[in-house]
Design a protein around this ligand. Structure first.
Ligand SMILES: [Zn+2]
Ligand SMILES: [Zn+2]
Length: 376
């Protein structure tokens, strides 16, 4: 557009040259509401008038630009801007202020091609599942019910009663976002009128009240692999909340809580357990039964086994998640001294005492000396 052919800005707004700011604002507001393209669809003349008025207002509402315009006319703006004086909505203050949030200016002037995808990925869902120790070790199939939003089957997610269709949102012209201006920054925001969908539901679906989604229980079978542990997290892709505006769904995350086992303690993929034996078994040797998560095993204790002795059974632990091998089972012996003796047992132990060496007598450099050495 040739700047020389431009109409005078005061003439465009229909105000006197010395008009007060409030008059300029009021005049623009009337014109903007009258010629706004949403109210004059398919009317290029109205759109031109709207743009012309907006441009005039953008200059006359800015004290510096207005002063330059008053002195030099359109040419004054050309030089100060260092380029064409064309209307630039990004540099325009007060736009949302003057018309409220009713119209989306970014869409009118921001030009095509900048339309952003409104598609939004759905949210992830967390589902907590408690399983037994045994289930964690050997895997299982769990049937779960996850509460999540699902597309309403009455309106197919459109939100409108069957037979009616949503209308294009007048605020954002269906773009779902609006340009706001704050001093130097222009900010794109989700349109508050339509919530970013770009559409307004005039006749809401009776089942979902226009939401397009409804809360549902999503039943699903989950394969829990052998070897999972407390705190393990399983991801089920695309089973989270549905996406918005054709966005992909989120994921479902299953957080596992594994109940403790009364007998086995798990460390990584190994299992540990403690088995009590009495002093006679430890001193003479014995064959005992060791429980495992499967069939029990036999363990030979050799003569003279000390307290805390540890035995390992290979491959009797927890399977590794990525398959193949298993951890080991460690058996710790706890040699128990009998706390109640029959008369016969006491007699036998007294007999035994007479024959056993005493290696903790204070007189010898035995235990006490060693303790002293250690602490000095
Ligand atoms: Zn519905
Ligand atoms: Zn909108």
């Amino acid at each position: 557009m040739n700047p020389v052919a431009k109409r005078d800005y005061y003439e465009v707004l229909g105000v006197e040259k010395g008009a007060a700011d409030t008059d300029i604002k009021g005049a623009y507001r009337r014109l903007a509401l009258k010629y706004h393209p949403d109210r004059n669809p398919e009317d290029p003349e109205a759109e031109d008038k709207f743009k012309e008025a907006s441009e005039a207002y953008s200059v006359l509402s800015d004290p510096q630009k207005r002063a330059a315009y008053d002195r030099f006319g359109h040419a004054g703006l050309q030089t100060s801007a260092g380029g064409a004086p064309g209307f630039n909505p990004e540099a325009f203050t007060d736009f949302s202020d003057i018309l409220g949030d009713f119209f989306g200016f970014g869409d009118l002037f921001g030009g095509g091609g900048r339309r952003r995808s409104r598609a939004q990925r759905g949210e992830d869902i967390r589902y907590d599942l408690e399983i037994t120790f045994h289930e964690a070790v050997f895997g299982m199939t769990a049937e779960i019910q996850v509460p999540r939003m699902e597309v309403c089957d009455r309106c197919d997610g459109l939100g409108s009663e069957p037979g009616s269709r949503p209308a294009t949102c007048p605020t954002c012209n269906g773009r779902g976002e609006v340009l706001y201006q704050q001093s130097f920054l222009s900010i794109r925001r989700t349109c508050s009128t339509c919530g970013g969908s770009g559409q307004i539901v005039r006749n809401p679906c009776s089942q979902c009240r226009g939401q397009g989604y409804r809360q549902a229980m999503h039943k699903r079978k989950i394969n829990i692999p052998a070897g999972v542990d407390d705190g393990s997290r399983l991801r089920v892709a695309n089973e989270g909340q549905p996406g918005q505006h054709n966005g992909p769904p989120g994921d479902l995350y299953i957080f596992l809580k594994v109940k403790e086992h009364p007998f086995f303690e798990r460390r990584e993929n190994d299992l540990h357990c403690t088995i009590p034996v009495n002093i006679a078994q430890a001193a003479l040797g014995a064959e005992i039964e060791v429980p495992t998560l499967e069939a029990p095993l036999r363990l030979k204790i050799s003569e003279g086994t000390q307290n805390g002795a540890q035995f390992r059974f290979r491959n009797k632990g927890v399977p590794h998640l990525n398959g193949g091998s298993r951890g080991d089972l460690y058996v710790h012996l706890d040699i128990r001294v009998p706390s109640r003796l029959t008369r016969e047992q006491r007699r036998l132990l007294e007999q035994l005492r007479e024959t056993l060496p005493v290696d903790n007598a204070p007189a010898e450099k035995g235990l006490f000396e060693k303790v002293k050495d250690y602490f000095m």
